[in-house]
Design a protein around this ligand. Structure first.
Ligand code: AMP
Length: 560
């Protein structure tokens, strides 16, 4: 250990813990009158937010919630969710943001595993809650969240309705200091196998993540995305990695915030227009849905900056959004990483390039943010060169990565093998530090000794004018090990067969962008591609579906 100089603090010096409460208190300093908006139901200013957080803290404390307890929330994106994201951790408890899109069995599993003691339930989920209530092992009380005039519901051990309880509570609460390493949030991530795994983040991690995100999005010129005058609306659910941490950032900076409830593309466009939203974030499929909305046709979305992450951003989607006035910026992260790791960045050299070259870099996963270390390793954990060519598993270090999986020490140490967080993604790193995600390790297609990136194929196929959506997976092949299989949703009025698709891909093979083995030998045209609970392509389900189709191959619409 180095013999550094460590000076003990002066007597009485304040030892400042990095706690979430600090983020809440700063927002209203900038613009006191900025609003938090919930659909067309409610709007209030920052001093009211602070007051409502205190009221909620009083309600929870009076109900018996103690530091260390887990309090779960089942809600769509709302001002109430935002209040919970502050009040619950600020009293030292842990907020479990339940993924309401999981199956009832999975929700039940996560609630018992997380040891939820109190649950806030939106009236829309009362039926779902009733169905699992008999099997919940740790829940003691429930609290109703509702927009309806009816302020009660048939929930077991109901302590009351949120608004009524808040109205009756004191607007003041003395939030104590405590250890910044206390867990503040938890939620579950579903892998390809096994039960969902619980990730968790401490106050210190969330504060540092908030500072990291605001630095990346607010200060780096080529992606200047976020400033105090922006109007923020999440389109990544608050149950999915705390809406990527942006509600904390928006609150710290005192932005106007717009919470849309359950996502309905037509309503999202209406809210965007009415509230003058300028900054959002979402996964590609949700953006695609938004662009397909009736209300989006003929609309110029000029001035809307959207961060795209969670899946690869294809060039076709980037161009389609740009044609509608939307500035897209790719970012990379995962549930385990808080989530932000990297964001597209164009240095001076790239800025001087052609429009086409600039687009190439705007859609890559980008440059790791401040405090983030990224490297690539081979299967034995050896570091590989950052030469833009060598492919390996992306591994990470940052002060805000989950330090394990809740009550799963074995899985936690696998995640952290060798002292680096293993992402399960294959990537290259180039000399400018740009991460290019090539594929998930599990999704790479191994055909005839070659490794083909399903993401590359999806990108190239999506450039065909007839293609609205595409997913590519590898399917078992007796001769080649695996062969690529493409699932396509076509634009209205278009037709496309495997032969035309082959013609479309041929030039990319000739130019060396694609191996000839990458051309799918089979495609299926479908009206919808299966999606996960957070709207990503559900490749696990697609593989199962394809096996079923193969057994009954009359549904194959096109085969080479
Ligand atoms: P999740 O934990 O469900 O949020 O999923 C995280 C995974 O999404 C990562 O491990 C990547 O496979 C994928 N992902 C996230 N961002 C990107 C991106 N910009 N490009 C490609 N894949 C991404």
């Amino acid at each position: 250990m180095l013999q550094t100089r460590v000076i003990p603090p002066a007597e009485g010096a304040y030892q400042y813990p990095l706690l979430i409460k600090r983020l809440l208190m700063s927002g209203s300093r900038y613009e006191k009158t900025r609003e938090i908006v919930y659909r067309d139901q409610l709007r209030y200013s920052y001093p009211t937010l602070i007051e409502r957080v205190a009221r909620l803290a009083n309600v929870l404390t009076a109900a018996g919630v103690k530091a260390g307890d887990t309090v779960a929330v089942m809600d769509w994106d709302s001002h109430r969710y935002l209040e919970c994201m502050f009040a619950i951790p600020m009293i030292g408890a842990v907020i479990h943001t339940i993924n309401v899109r999981l199956s009832p069995e999975q929700i039940l599993y996560t609630m018992n595993h997380a040891e939820d003691r109190f649950v806030l339930v939106n009236s829309e989920f009362v039926g779902l809650y009733q169905a699992i209530a008999g099997h919940l092992t740790t829940v003691e009380q429930t609290l109703l969240l509702t927009d309806l005039p009816e302020k009660t519901a048939d929930l077991p051990n109901l302590m009351g309705e949120y608004e009524q309880l808040l109205a009756a509570a004191s607007p003041e609460y003395a939030f104590e200091d405590f250890d910044e390493n206390s867990v503040a949030t938890t939620f579950y991530t579903t892998g390809t196998t096994g039960n969902p795994k619980g990730v968790y983040f401490t106050h210190r991690q969330l504060v540092l993540h908030t500072m990291g995100v605001s630095t990346i999005m607010g200060s780096i010129d080529s992606v200047r995305l976020l400033g105090t005058s922006d109007v923020y609306m999440p389109i990544t659910p608050m149950f999915h990695v705390h809406a990527w941490g942006l509600p904390y950032v928006a609150t710290m900076l005192g932005l106007k915030q717009v919470y849309p409830g359950r996502y309905d593309p037509e309503y999202l466009v209406e809210l965007w227009r009415k509230e003058k939203v300028s900054f959002s974030h979402c996964v590609p499929t949700i953006l695609q849905m938004l662009l397909n909305a009736k209300a989006a046709q003929g609309t110029d979305f000029g001035g809307w900056k959207i961060v795209i992450g969670g899946s690869a951003l294809t060039r076709a989607l980037y161009e389609a959004a740009k044609a509608k006035g939307i500035q897209l910026t790719a970012a990379y992260g995962m549930s385990e990483t808080g989530p932000l790791v990297s964001c597209a960045h164009l240095n001076d050299e790239l800025m001087a390039g052609t429009e086409d070259e600039r687009t190439t870099y705007r859609i890559k996963a980008g440059v790791p943010g401040p405090l983030v270390e990224a490297a690539i390793v081979d299967a034995d954990g050896n570091f590989l060169p950052a030469d833009g060519e060598s492919q390996g598993e992306l591994v990470l270090r940052a002060p805000w990565l989950t330090e394990g999986y809740f009550k799963e020490p074995q899985k936690g140490s696998e995640l952290w093998a060798g002292g680096w967080l293993h992402t399960g993604d294959v990537a290259t790193l180039d000399s400018m530090g740009v991460i290019d995600i090539r594929d998930r390790i599990k999704d790479v297609i191994k055909t005839g000794g070659e490794w083909i990136s399903s993401l590359d194929l999806e990108d190239l196929i999506s450039r065909h004018a007839a293609v609205r959506e595409v997913a590519v997976v590898g399917i078992a092949d007796p001769q080649w090990g695996e062969r690529p299989f493409a699932l396509l949703v076509l634009r209205e009025g278009y037709v496309l067969g495997a032969k035309e698709l082959k013609e479309h891909l041929k030039p990319f093979v000739e130019q060396g962008h694609l191996s000839k083995w990458a051309i799918p030998s089979q495609i299926a045209l479908v009206t919808e591609i299966p999606k996960t609970s957070v709207g990503k392509l559900d490749k696990k389900r697609i593989r199962v579906d394809i096996t079923e189709w193969q057994a009954n191959n009359s549904t194959f619409l096109s085969t080479l």
